[in-house]
Design a protein around this ligand. Structure first.
Ligand code: DGY
Length: 302
């Protein structure tokens, strides 16, 4: 038996990471990149010292009840860990780790990408051009919404939201407002040009762009429901790089269809990789396939 700890790696990772894992551990790499599923995850927990898992692995109490349990740690490749039942992990003596900080900039860049794309209709414009429909420049062609100087409302003010505020305020001259039940120190918010609002509802009513940056917890599930979406302005856009669960996708479709909001930029979905079909048909919605942290540099750092 190898003296090195055994690590089951649930998905393909960038080459340098897999090489390091193979050097330092008895690493079982997933060369096929097929999700292990509940049975594979249970088997891994029984046969390895560590599980290097990620957002596509549903580590439920049922899966974590594997017996006899050999694993001691769930090392999550990602900052969000709503796919792990942390109470059940704790009860089983499993440590859980994640990868904050290193993905902050990449994810903030993705939020700004979505915001700019939806405001300036760039997805729609590219589709239009590739379809051979462009007849040439004209003053009234595909007019979008100005971004510079507008108001950005941040829901949550953790690391990623702060990096978005930095870009939006210092880069685009946006006014930034936020709501967070655990706000940053006043001097930190002030350095980002960000003004707190005591109630989420105030942010929703005031903002031209609402960007979600709260974790997915039972409390934040469907935080953006029909009632809260209806508080947003008819010319406002919703941006989500957090987790799909935070938005009631059916209510979002309803709000978009009824033109209660102007558009949405989404990187995450309630039932990934499925996307509510109506969203696929809407030109005023930008849809990315959960690319928040997807840069080579970031994925290696994670
Ligand atoms: C994260 O880090 O949370 C990404 O969304 C992937 O899980």
């Amino acid at each position: 038996m190898s003296a090195r700890p055994t690590v089951v790696v649930t998905r393909r990772l960038p080459d340098p990471v897999e090489q390091e894992l193979a050097r330092d551990f008895d690493a079982r790499l997933n060369t096929d990149d097929r999700p292990l599923g509940p049975d594979g995850l249970r088997e891994a927990l029984k046969s390895a010292d560590a599980l290097l898992c990620t957002v596509t692995d549903k580590l439920t109490a049922e899966v974590l009840s594997a017996e006899p349990l050999r694993a001691r740690i769930l090392a999550n490749f990602g900052v969000g860990f709503n796919h792990i039942d942390t109470e059940a992990a704790k009860a089983r003596g499993l440590a859980v780790s994640n990868t904050p900080d290193v993905l902050t900039d990449a994810t903030a860049d993705t939020a700004m990408t979505l915001l700019l794309m939806v405001a300036r209709r760039t997805g729609e414009g590219e589709r239009h051009l590739r379809a051979g429909q462009w007849t040439g420049w004209r003053p009234t062609h595909m007019l979008g919404t100005h971004v510079s100087g507008k108001t950005l409302g941040l829901v949550g003010m953790g690391r990623i939201a702060r990096a978005v505020a930095q870009r939006a305020h210092h880069g685009f001259g946006m006014k930034v407002i936020f709501h967070d039940p655990y706000p940053p120190p006043a001097d930190v918010a002030a350095s980002l040009g960000a003004e707190p609002r005591a109630r989420l509802e105030q942010v929703l009513k005031e903002a031209d762009f609402v960007s979600l940056h709260c974790p997915a917890t039972p409390e934040t599930r469907h935080l953006m429901n029909k009632e809260r979406l209806s508080l947003m302005r008819a010319d406002a856009y919703l941006i989500n790089t957090a987790r799909g669960d935070v938005v009631d996708e059916a209510a979002l479709v309803e709000a978009l269809t009824a033109r209660k909001i102007a558009g949405a930029g989404l990187d995450v979905y309630e039932k990934e990789p499925q996307v509510t079909p109506a969203l696929l048909m809407m030109e005023n919605v930008v849809l990315l396939p959960h690319l928040g942290s997807a840069t080579r540099e970031t994925r290696v750092a994670m």
